[in-house]
Design a protein around this ligand. Structure first.
Ligand SMILES: Cc1cc2nc3c(=O)[nH]c(=O)nc-3n(C[C@H](O)[C@H](O)[C@H](O)COP(=O)(O)O)c2cc1C
Length: 175
């Protein structure tokens, strides 16, 4: 084992990465934008998540990374289920709302319950994925959440996704 390894087997990260540089470099990797949501005591809650990714076909798993500082994630985790709304290119205001700390982020937002878990899905989203929490892993200052897909559908096949790149919203252009 090298001197760089801790008892847990992780490198210590002796070479410091400036958080500004980390953000700037990773900002050059574009993402889509999703809203992860659940019904907590009958009330819809959610947050904007760009780190959403596909994980496995068999079993069908998807995942995302959520900051340990998220105020909404702990209550979603308690429900054991979540919905994923893949935002469309005309939904950047919705993204901004779900990236905020607003008291009621769903105020004025049209939504309907997902088919299996009854999680709130945002009207106008390109697609949705309905999940049960499968596993939650440690990921530094984030948690890596895996969801078992229970249902999924595309709602607006002819509308592009909302993209996030270098700190700004954009849309997809086919080459
Ligand atoms: C485009 C975009 C992508 C985001 N992606 C993530 C993400 O992957 N993980 C995360 O924890 N926060 C992400 N955020 C930030 C959260 O949405 C933001 O911190 C929000 O205020 C958290 O709300 P909460 O404290 O109610 O959980 C993203 C924000 C935007 C605008």
């Amino acid at each position: 084992m090298s001197d760089d390894a801790t008892a847990g087997g992780h490198p210590t990260g002796a070479i410091e990465i400036d958080p500004m540089v980390y953000r700037q470099v990773l900002g050059h990797f574009p993402t889509g934008v999703t809203v992860i949501s659940s019904l907590v005591d009958g009330r819809p809650v959610g947050l904007a998540i760009g780190s959403f990714f596909s994980v496995s076909l068999d079993p069908p798993l998807v995942g995302f990374c959520v900051a340990r500082t998220s105020s909404t994630w702990p209550s979603i985790a308690e429900t054991g289920v979540f919905g994923v709304s893949v935002l469309a290119e005309d939904q950047h205001e919705t993204s901004g709302r779900f990236a905020s700390k607003a008291e009621d982020k769903f105020e004025g937002i049209r939504w309907e319950p997902s088919p299996i878990t009854r999680s709130p899905l945002i009207h106008g989203a390109v697609a949705h994925i309905d999940c049960e929490v499968y596993e939650v892993h440690e990921g530094g200052d984030h948690l890596i959440v895996e969801g078992l897909v229970r249902s999924m559908d595309v709602h607006r096949p002819d509308v592009g996704p909302l993209l996030f790149f270098k700190g700004a919203y954009g849309r997809h252009a086919r080459l």
